[in-house]
Design a binder for this molecule. Structure first.
Ligand SMILES: *[C@@H]1O[C@H](CO)[C@@H](O)[C@H](O)[C@H]1NC(C)=O
Length: 413
């Protein structure tokens, strides 16, 4: 009998779940799990969302099953845990679910982020899974100074951040759930098409193409803009699962438990089913993840723009001031300078790739000032995780672009 676990991945085709799937069941080489089930709302054949060139190959593997499902339905969530006949139960669960669009109303955040995770968490607890790893995106405003460890207070950003954070409290308080939370910095890497960092990289490529300096808001850009490669998100999720499966929640809380502080409006607790009252203390093992680059915004800009053969500068004082108070007024002006050039790049590419999902359009959320710093020392010290891609540099960028060019989603000029 093999001792490898069976795993389910819920959600995240639009974020990092494909990278995890490729780690668990590599296209070449040995699987880390016996069987892998992936569940999300999208169709993958034909694909109704961008899934990159590697993932369809992972889906071809005999021990991988994809299931398109509506996870807002409790009965559907339950059946997702039922193994095929003759197969051992699923013991590792990776939860990537949740709405990542910055401008969705609270109602959607509650139903898609909070409720879905609650259904999955409750079912996972009742099935006594050995590890339940939840990804947390950097939907926080981190402190400007400090050591940025897990104890440092980070403020959930907007409606999006508040409900993602509330979801952590809810999961933390599900009795018997072997929960670990992994909180990531800004993610980049091949086949990643969400988040501020990828958007920033596309825009830097455009300024490189135009041979003009890329201009950003928020001079002097000394605030943290820490990054992490998607391969390390996958690697760290797996490391967290193995760690939890070996010790269980009680010991994990004793070693790495953190209080998930209440950050919502108190009145919501009465309105939202399953929300944990504000005065209940919720503790769960929480690990930060970032690479060793630890760039400021200005440093990140320099590294990325120099890769594309240009330089990084900041807008003038006037523009910054307007952005600070009325960012919606500068969005169009900023985009006007480069979006058309991206269209030129993708239509004159060899071959033309007019339908690439990568975009140079910067929305309000992309343009806002974000301080992102999540010191990963605890993950390294407690779990012993080693970064596979310790630095965001020309090499990691080149490798990413090469893969995107090979699948015709990045312009080849
Ligand atoms: C998922 O199920 C809910 C509840 O039945 C329904 O309101 C929603 O429209 C469904 N979503 C999709 C994409 O079918």
């Amino acid at each position: 009998m093999s001792t490898k676990p069976n795993a389910i991945i819920f959600g995240g085709l639009n974020t990092c779940s494909r990278a995890l799937a490729a780690l668990l069941v590599p296209v070449e080489g040995e699987s880390l799990v016996n069987n892998l089930r992936i569940v999300d709302k999208y169709s993958v054949n034909p694909a109704t969302t961008y899934i990159g060139a590697e993932f369809p190959q992972v889906l071809q593997k005999p021990n991988v099953e994809y299931r398109q499902a509506n996870l807002t339905i409790p009965a559907t969530v339950k059946t997702c845990f039922d193994p095929p006949e003759g197969q051992e139960p699923y013991t590792y669960v990776f939860d990537f679910t949740g709405e990542i669009q910055w401008d969705r109303p609270e109602k959607i955040q509650i139903s898609h982020t909070f409720n879905i995770a609650r259904l999955i968490g409750l079912e996972a607890a009742s099935r006594r899974v050995k590890a339940y790893v939840r990804i947390q995106h950097p939907f926080y405003e981190c402190k400007e100074r400090g050591n940025h460890d897990e104890k440092e207070e980070a403020k959930p950003e907007d409606v999006l951040g508040i409900w993602w954070h509330e979801t952590l409290r809810m999961l933390a308080c599900i009795p018997g759930l072997n929960l670990v939370i992994l909180r990531t910095a800004l993610v980049y890497g091949p086949y990643v098409d969400y988040g501020n960092l990828m958007n920033f990289i596309v825009v830097a490529a455009v300024y490189g193409f135009m041979k003009q300096p890329m201009k950003a808001l928020w001079s002097p850009g000394k605030h943290a803009a820490h990054s992490v490669h998607v391969d390390d998100v996958a690697g760290a999720l797996w490391a967290c699962a193995e760690w939890m499966a070996g010790i269980g929640r009680t010991e994990a809380d004793a070693i790495a438990g953190e209080t998930i502080i209440f950050k919502n409006e108190k009145s919501k607790a009465k309105e939202v089913e399953g929300m944990v009252p504000p005065d209940v203390k919720c503790i769960a093992p929480l690990f930060n993840l970032e690479d060793d680059s630890q760039y400021s915004m200005a440093e990140l800009g320099k590294v990325v723009t120099s890769f594309f053969g240009t330089t990084f500068e900041f807008h003038n004082f006037m523009m910054n001031t307007v952005a600070k108070f009325r960012i919606e007024e500068v969005v169009e002006e900023i985009n006007e300078a480069h979006v058309g050039q991206w269209t030129t790049m993708i239509t004159t590419s060899h071959p033309p790739i007019p339908n690439t999902n990568y975009t140079a359009y910067m929305n309000e959320y992309n343009l806002k000032r974000h301080v992102v710093a999540f010191n990963a020392s605890k993950l390294k010290n407690v779990i012993g995780y080693h970064l596979r891609r310790p630095k965001l540099c020309a090499e990691t960028l080149q490798e990413m672009i090469d893969k995107l060019k090979a699948e015709n989603s990045w312009p080849n000029l």
